[in-house]
Ligand binder design. Structure first.
Ligand SMILES: N[C@@H](CCC(=O)N[C@@H](CS)C(=O)NCC(=O)O)C(=O)O
Length: 268
């Protein structure tokens, strides 16, 4: 199967998770959303709604993540509940997710992270956040006494809105989806402690190390036995069309690299 998607799309990600958990042979087709590909006539010919995700399985083309999730579970007999009643319960939560949860999260995230600050409509983000708070409370209360959203096992209802929890429960997930294994350099390694100390001096603040997923390209060095850590300015609007960093962060970073290299090479 082919899934039209892009990295920032949570709706596509749900489908990628379901395809992976259901052991489906699938491949991603990248859609250049941030350069307007979803609005082109060529893409509209695939999905008149101009949205990602789109799943293509032979002659079948499907859009809407809830429908795609249902298709994957129906076709594979996995992740859809164990009875007709469970399946209805699954779908009840998938519909709720689309309307009250993901639908609001995605637009809030777009307004807050991807739209330039001067284009953000005043009042809309707090309104959305209020709606989200209510939705989080509903899901949180629902999960107070049960491990899964619907029925007695993982279903597409979980994949629809519990990505973080699922990722924690199924440690291999990132490897399957990203295609690489997680690895890290020991935080006590000299490379890490020297960079931490130099960064603290230059930035005049306490610098905290974190080990986190997803892995970066540094993992490729580590795989070759070369210790590597990541340190750099945090981009604003990461992965957006107008990514940028602050000049001071960038020049500080160059200074940190230089001082850390000198120290590690024994030159002062
Ligand atoms: N209800 C749809 C929502 C899909 C959706 O909003 N997709 C976004 C990317 S995550 C998109 O392609 N939006 C294009 C647009 O709004 O113009 C689903 O669950 O598939």
């Amino acid at each position: 199967m082919k899934l039209y998607c892009f990295g920032e799309s949570g709706n596509a990600y749900k489908c990628a998770l379901a395809l992976t958990f259901a052991d489906v042979d699938w491949e991603p087709v990248y859609v250049d959303f941030f350069n307007g590909e979803a609005r082109t006539p060529a893409f509209r010919a695939i999905n008149e709604m101009g949205e990602v995700p789109v799943l293509v399985d032979g002659d079948t083309t499907l859009t809407q993540s809830g429908v795609i999730l249902d298709y994957i579970s129906s076709k594979t007999g996995k992740l859809g509940g164990k009875s007709a009643a469970e399946r209805r319960e699954v779908l009840r939560w998938v519909f709720w997710d689309n309307h009250k949860f993901s639908g609001v999260i995605a637009t809030t995230r777009f307004l807050s992270n991807f739209l330039p600050e001067d284009k953000r409509p005043a009042g809309v983000i707090p309104f959305q956040q209020g709606r989200l708070k209510a939705a989080y409370t509903i899901l949180n209360d629902h999960l107070a006494n049960r491990p899964w959203v619907a029925g007695a096992a993982l279903t597409i209802a979980d994949l629809s809105h519990r990505l973080d929890t699922i990722c924690q429960t199924h440690g291999t997930l990132w490897q399957q989806i990203k295609g690489w294994d997680a690895n890290w350099t020991d935080p006590a390694h000299e490379l890490a402690t020297v960079v931490q100390s130099v960064a603290g001096d230059i930035r005049q603040t306490r610098v905290q190390m974190v080990t986190r997923l997803p892995a970066s390209d540094a993992s490729r060095w580590r795989r070759m036995g070369v210790p590597a850590i990541c340190y750099g300015p945090q981009p604003e609007l990461a992965s957006g069309v107008d990514d940028h960093v602050y000049e001071k962060d960038l020049t500080d970073c160059a200074g940190i690299y230089e001082s850390a290299a000198r120290r590690l090479l024994g030159a002062g």
